[in-house]
Design a protein around this ligand. Sequence first.
Ligand code: GRA
Length: 385
Amino acid sequence: MDFRLNDELRAIRDMARDFAEREIAPYADRWEKEHYFPREVVTKMAGLGFYGTLVPEEYGGNGMGFLAGTIITEEIARASASLRVTFNMQTFGPALSIFRYGTEEQKKKYIPKLVSTEMIGCFAITEPNAGSDIMSMKTTAVPQGDCFLVNGTKTWISNAQIADLCVLYAYHDPSAGSRGLSTFLLDMHLPGISTRPLDKMGLLSAPTGEIILEDVKVPRDALLGSPGDGVKYVFASLNQTRLSCAAGGLGIAQACLDASVKYCNERVQFGQQIGQYQMNQDMIAVMATELEAARFLVYRAAVQKDEGNLGNVLETSMAKYYAGEVAGKAADFALRIYSAYGYSTEYPVARYYRDAKSIQIVEGTANIQKTIIALDQLGYRKANR
Ligand code: GRA
């Protein structure tokens, strides 16, 4: 067991941190206010290889691995939690699913364009009545002639309104239970697809929307992997995107700690810096310790994946659950330390507070992660596959 990052990973972390501090942090609050998705910055990140970590060179990636991808996500989230979402939409979700299950033709067609961000990706699981309960989704993709006829509504889809490619989960045979679920590489520019933007509390620079699918004719070769394997792919994909989401939680918590330390050393009340007060020291100590504990959980899950264990659902769920809680608490503490200035939009702390809540909700809520962990511990359902 070695707790130190090697030289290569330290260099990647420093590069991502430097990029985030120069190109993202100074503008993040303005972008949020304007609900602006800075695609030009995303393109720059692609130029640095940030979206190629899980993909080998032959498909335009750099194969640096899960821990590298995790560290990059963390550093970007520290400056803007909205921009951490792009890692799941390009790499941890679509590119990795296509790499694992796609045909050679599909890999060549899509992966290099996702890595370079020439194509913006998304994945569509959630529906108005299928949130935590994935399997109750209603979208169908029924075989018809040389196509699948797709109908349904997906909601809370990151990138819905800007995506070129969507990894869509839908029932090709609604009567076949979980064996009726399949996965499709949906060209978002096909006739019959419309989108509607959704407003939300935070992550305002990350577009979110509904996708409405009305008699969309999807060609047969858009099927990913085998028909009926959708259930396997959707849970396997969530087990990778949850890692990147957890890394986002680390970034937010680190931003909260950084901001709190700075303010504790600046702000003077009752004749001394507020960092001199033990009640603030308590919060700083708890934030620093819990963040470090969360980081070890997240990095361990990433290292396991780099060792080939992509079915580490238990450890990934623990990492996602705990990183979400730590981000939420760190944001709460930062707001207490900043008080009225934390509540104002003059400082980024209010943004951290809004964004931290998202980590407890997306990619499976905190309660879903706890359910997965508890069922495993109680011996009711083994988490790791
Ligand atoms: O036996 P079977 O053939 O019927 O299959 C079952 C099971 O074996 C079926 O799924 C299979 N399965 C798996 N297969 C491979 C279950 N887990 C796995 C796995 N890890 N790998 C149904 O299983 P079940 O046990 O009966 O499941 P369930 O009781 O229906 O639900 C389980 C559970 C609650 C854990 C699940 O539904 C779940 O994880 N729900 C959370 C939904 C979620 O995470 N949504 C995220 C939406 S995407 C998103 O938020 C994007 C945000 C973007 C961003 O910001 O990053």
